[in-house]
Ligand binder design. Structure first.
Ligand SMILES: [Zn+2]
Length: 380
């Protein structure tokens, strides 16, 4: 494999830029959350939500299913439109300002519209089913809703790499080579007989590198970005692959799904309590009234802010475990350390974010902590 100089350097300037980039993204997260809560409050308190629901009820009459679906579609579309400037700023402007994207505005807009259509349709379908459950089972709907959530998670996980991801990037199974033979040995050592390793075409749009274990059952696969395959050393690529194989070996997709299920049940239960407590106060006839949707969303937003650190804490533990597996499988911490350092530099990851930021927002431990752990310098 050719060893070319990477298009970035490990330097103080780059670390400084990474810290700025991290700070801007954290602020953006806060602004987006605050603005969303504000919009939800205005939607409810101004009576716009009730007005839209009443208007649709007059049109669709007994066909409440249609009232709900159209209400949801219009609502999600309006929120996406109002939050569009933040999407543009975070996903296009900042990415270009920090040299992480080489996609032009038209290309970005096409991708944005594609993902928005997918999100609007999925969101409308999901909450239409939830509101049907609220209609038929106003006290136990949250339990059924958890079941629907699990089903949707499983189906989406299985379909994501074959239906959704190819809409945005090209994927190609790696051709047989000395590297893939070496990869296969590591994958099989993790107890995984058949798994495809795919070249993930990021280069066309992005300057960043990434790798992941995706899919479920027959669609399960390890994907490695072209930006990594072409620029990282063989040992580094093997170390990243071994980390992903570690996630498989440990059943991390199922573990995270189990945690997600518990959190979903708790979130829907909280929404149930809040809806029953507040619908009367705001003049709605019952919990299944679609006009009360802002109350539902408000409860879910509050719950997600509380529960995200829990989910993230668990995810970070799984990352450490996958790192430990990679170190043990490759027999050394150094290839992983080297790959993590390169990834952080290339993707402008802040190597040592503030501990409270990591606690609240990060699903992955900071690179500094991962390196310390991998080298056995810290074992807490
Ligand atoms: Zn991982």
């Amino acid at each position: 494999m050719m060893d070319t100089e990477p298009p970035y350097t490990t330097d103080v300037d780059r670390d400084q830029r990474a810290r700025e980039y991290e700070t801007l993204h954290n602020r953006l997260y806060g602004v987006r959350l605050g603005l969303t809560v504000l919009l939800v409050a205005v939607y409810l308190l101004s009576g716009s939500s009730a007005e839209l629901a009443t208007g649709l009820q007059a049109r669709f009459g007994a066909h409440w299913w249609w009232t709900n679906a159209v209400y949801l579609l219009v609502t999600f579309f309006a929120f996406a439109a109002l939050l569009f400037p933040l999407s543009w700023y975070g996903d296009y402007h900042l990415e270009h300002r920090y040299g992480l994207s080489n996609q032009n505005l038209n290309g970005w807009l096409a991708d944005y519209i594609k993902s928005m259509v997918i999100e609007l349709l999925l969101g409308t379908a999901f909450f239409s089913v939830i509101y049907a459950l609220l209609h038929f089972s106003p006290h136990w709907w949250w339990l059924w809703a958890t079941g629907v959530y699990v089903l949707l998670s499983v189906v989406l996980s299985a379909l994501w790499p074959v239906w959704i991801m190819p809409l945005f990037h090209s994927f190609e199974e790696l051709k047989e080579s000395e590297l893939t033979a070496a990869m296969r040995r590591f994958v099989e050592a993790a107890g995984l007989q058949v798994v495809g390793v795919y070249r993930w075409g990021l280069e066309e749009k992005s300057e960043t590198a990434n790798a992941a274990l995706t899919g479920l059952g027959r669609t399960r696969r390890i994907i490695l970005s072209d930006t990594m395959l072409d620029n990282y050393d063989r040992e580094e690529i093997i170390a990243v692959l071994a980390h992903e194989a570690g996630h498989y070996k440990h059943g991390d997709m199922w573990r995270l799904m189990a945690i997600g299920t518990v959190l979903a049940a708790a979130g829907f239960y909280l929404a149930d309590v809040v809806l029953h407590a507040l619908v009367d106060h705001f003049g709605f006839a019952g919990v299944a009234e679609i006009g009360a949707f802002p109350i539902f969303i408000f409860a879910l937003l509050v719950f997600s802010v509380i529960s995200m650190p829990l989910g993230n804490a668990y995810s970070r533990r799984r990352e450490y475990a996958a790192d430990a597996y990679a170190v043990q499988a490759t027999g050394s911490a150094e290839p992983l350390v080297s790959a993590l350092t390169k990834l952080a530099d290339q993707n402008l990851a802040d190597k040592e974010p503030a501990a409270w930021i990591e606690f609240l927002l990060h699903s992955h431990p900071s690179i500094a902590r991962r390196i310390q752990r991998a080298r056995g310098e810290k074992t807490d």
